[in-house]
Ligand binder design. Sequence first.
Ligand code: ZN
Length: 519
Amino acid sequence: MRSRPRVISSPRAARVLAAFTALALVAVPLYGCGAGNTERQGSNTGFDNIKKSAGSYLNASGKELARGKTEGASVYSVNVSLDTAGNQINGNEKVLYTNRTPGVLSDVVFRVYAQDAGTGAARRPTIVTETRVNGQAATASLASSVLDVNVKDGIKPGGQAEVSFAFSEPVPPAGQDDTEGLFAYGEGTFDLGYFLPTVVTCTNGTWDRRPLADWGDANNFDCSYYSVSLTAPSGYVVAATGVEQALKGTTHVFVAGPVRDFEVQASNQYKSAERQVGSTTVTSYYYGKDSKAGALALDTGCQALALYSQHFGAYPYTRFNICEAPIEPDGAEYTGQIQMASYTYDDSYDTDDLKGTVAHEVSHQWWALGVGSDAIGNPWLDESLASYSESLYWRWVEGATSAKEALDEIADNYTSARDDDVPDAPVEQAVSSFVSEDQYTALVYGKGVFFFDELFKLLGSSAFDKALSDYYAKNVFLNATSETLLSALRASSNGSSRVDELYQRWIKQVNGDEDMAAP
Ligand SMILES: [Zn+2]
């Protein structure tokens, strides 16, 4: 995600979460007679076929990078219909989940972002029904954005469970109560960010049940395989993560994998333009009136995709989409697809800001989506690096002076917040631990970025590239922590203690006023 530059943003009203939005209607089916053996029955042929066809999303480099990294990845089979008159998604989802933890699991837990995505009196809750595990009725609860499905007899290590349910998600209007708009409708467009209930990570037997903060990204998922059949009314152009395998009437079948999430944009305003970059088709979807900005976004996206591939390692997929959208932040990232705020496509909007946002969101294909990291608990790891990658885009395209100008704007996220008495703090914190969105922006999109600039100065351009490309090659399709990144940086600095000193000084300690005076 990239926030609006702080200097031009209006103060954002605190989101008021109406109490009832925490409640959800969950049908709890009764167990039938003879329940008790929930061992998974039958073959995995359907899921195996999805994995095979989903693999067509990978290009040759992606196939190489994915080797040995996706054993036991979840497989999703989804049918959904988009009701544009009722502003609602109705569907059913079936997931083959494999227990890759060392202990028995008694639940499978999903993030249901739709339940958190809108507020206000008109908000209707998400409804989950017909929950089944291995074909038998199962109990489930949906609280805040966490759906907990009980597996009566547990899933042994290495064992599998097929979890299925039906869901109905009202799509809120964009801009309602100053929400982010990642999952919202407006301008004839449906932003379906995180619309699929998605299995959360399970670390040492503990599911990620953390509530989401009022800002920041929700992405903390393992890579999975998807087949998604989506029916939209005629006249709607549908852009999605993955490859469109079939189109029957107005039913689009997309397959994608291994991917960290699955996103859809559907609009009756979209025109599109596309271009080939190596083995990747890049498509820009834009409103008819915004063809100039749509073309600029395509140029920039192609350029950024090629440059990051050259410096950090190959982009792994055959498609990449850039989609104009009625979102609140400048941009937001998903696997193989980004949302670009429609206000950034206005003729009056600064074209360098538009290009910077595209570059930032494209770099998330390496940092957040390629190499996974915990965007909820440790956002600096992807966001500070994506913001630094934005400055690298300018360095590679226009030279050191443009990179310095981009970094000056990034520094302003910190200094302007300090001018308003937003307190300095450690950069490495959970999104919910920052005292305000302004502090989160100042530190994660401001001060933390300069840790990477100090490293760039320490290592020099080629060792810096080598550290990041090693980090990417080893961890793409997997999940990284701060330590994973630090070990790659140490290896490229011949084990210099400076890497850890800089990490302590810029990320863990509170020296911002001194260090940001002359970064
Ligand atoms: Zn970002």
